[in-house]
Write a protein that binds this ligand. Structure first.
Ligand code: ZN
Length: 428
């Protein structure tokens, strides 16, 4: 049913959608999810500046972006840029100089309880890592692990760390052990720490873009920030003569073939051995990014709210399920048909904020203790992009990446296979 008409004097008058409070034919019931006409590559790449997009389009012909449309998300997320003095000098080689800084605290903790992240920027490649933290006191252990990781993965010893005057960075005993010089900026002169300060600004711009474009609750900022880093490390920058940090560090260009729009609708295939003939063949999900070291997409199940990783996914990159929730509420005034996120027994919130809060609360309750996805989903163990990327609809899925829908409070199986990648001590 599309609409209703009245017949009067030989003419049909279209009344449009019959929107009534309990109508079975409201737009929401018909559409279910919000569709929009978007510049998909611009969204996939986290809303980069036009010159960056143009450069990528030239270097990667399969990337096609109009580059010309006005983008609301860009304005909302990065219109007010803080001025930073330009630093165009780079070190001679990777890990000669590494910048450190802590961002936070944020008033809205992530769904896993993070309030901070430690940012690490290699001066030469500008490759960036972030480590999510619940408390600043985790910094010391993270720095120590980072030093060991770089030694093992790149066979390099960090020569110098530079940070502001934060007491968390005062780990002189560690620096001495590894023979690392430590430089800190003068008091109240953040300009001396401008590389990492500007990187923070960039990370937050992209993080905001990803959250705005998808309308996801802010508590998912941890996934948005992690995905932002994944994108930023692959974007060309003028400081590197239009090469990207990934290319400088790994000495080969990145691929964008598996990149998807953050927060979009997707369907993950269910496992053969976990279903009967009559069980659903797929789970309805939202895309949350990648997990380094595992070939798969990090997904949020829209019904069970479980966060899990799988390879067998079909994407609908112009549909944002969280936007659908908001539109349903705005259109209908109530959300009886926005079944998308609510379980039985949930009370009807009056606006999207309430709905998101309800959803968020449930996530915190459900996920913090049972969550199986490691919190820090950074690029740190990525030394080979080919091994790092999932492929769409691949039949060669590792079953251990999937879990049954029934919640089980036990360690996830997939970690067994990747224990060398998931260094617990690197995990915030
Ligand atoms: Zn944009």
């Amino acid at each position: 049913m599309i609409g209703q008409v009245d017949f009067n004097q030989g003419l049909y008058y279209l009344n449009g959608f019959p929107i009534t409070k309990n109508s079975d034919f409201s737009p929401c019931n018909m559409l279910n999810c919000a569709k929009s006409d978007i510049d998909t590559w611009h969204y996939r790449l986290g809303h980069p500046a036009r010159r960056i997009t143009e450069h990528i389009c030239k270097a990667f012909p399969y990337v096609q972006s109009k580059c010309s449309d006005v983008c609301d998300v860009c304005h909302l997320s990065k219109q007010h840029k803080l001025p930073f003095c330009k630093s165009d000098t780079v070190s001679d080689s990777c890990f000669d100089l590494v910048h450190l800084d802590i961002w936070g605290p944020i008033s809205i903790p992530s769904i896993h309880g993070h309030k901070y992240f430690l940012t690490v920027v290699d001066d030469h490649s500008r490759h960036t890592w972030i480590f999510l933290m619940q408390a600043k006191s985790e910094t010391r252990k993270l720095i120590q692990n980072f030093i060991i990781h770089i030694k093992n993965q790149f066979d390099k010893t960090i020569k110098c760390f530079r940070s502001d005057n934060g007491p968390e960075f005062n780990c002189v005993d560690i620096y001495d052990t590894y023979g690392i010089t430590y430089q800190k900026s003068c008091v109240e002169t953040p300009q001396q720490n401008s590389v990492v300060e500007r990187k923070h600004q960039h990370i937050l711009n992209v993080t905001r873009s990803l959250l705005f474009q998808s309308n996801m609750p802010k508590a998912y900022w941890c996934y948005a920030a992690t995905h932002a880093i994944h994108i930023i490390n692959r974007l060309p920058t003028a400081v590197l003569n239009n090469k990207c940090p990934y290319e400088i560090l790994y000495k080969k260009p990145p691929t964008f073939l598996n990149l998807k729009v953050f927060g979009t609708l997707c369907f993950a295939s269910t496992l053969d051995n976990n279903r009967t003939k009559l069980d659903p063949r797929a789970r309805k999900c939202v895309f949350l990014g990648f997990k380094t070291g595992i070939k798969g997409y990090v997904l949020l199940d829209t019904l069970s709210r479980e966060i899990f990783i799988t390879r067998n996914v079909i994407f609908y990159e112009n549909i944002f399920p969280f936007k659908a929730v908001e539109q349903c509420i705005q259109t209908n005034g109530d959300h009886h048909d926005s079944d998308f996120l609510l379980k039985e027994g949930d009370h009807s919130p009056n606006n999207s904020k309430d709905l998101q809060q309800t959803f968020l609360r449930k996530n915190i309750e459900d996920n913090i203790e049972t969550e199986s996805i490691p919190d820090s989903v950074s690029d740190i163990s990525s030394t080979n992009e080919d091994n790092d990327q999932p492929s769409d609809n691949s039949q060669g899925s590792r079953d251990t990446n999937l879990r049954r829908s029934e919640r089980q409070r036990k360690a996830p199986l997939y970690l067994k296979d990747y224990i060398h990648q998931v260094n617990n001590s690197m995990k915030p």
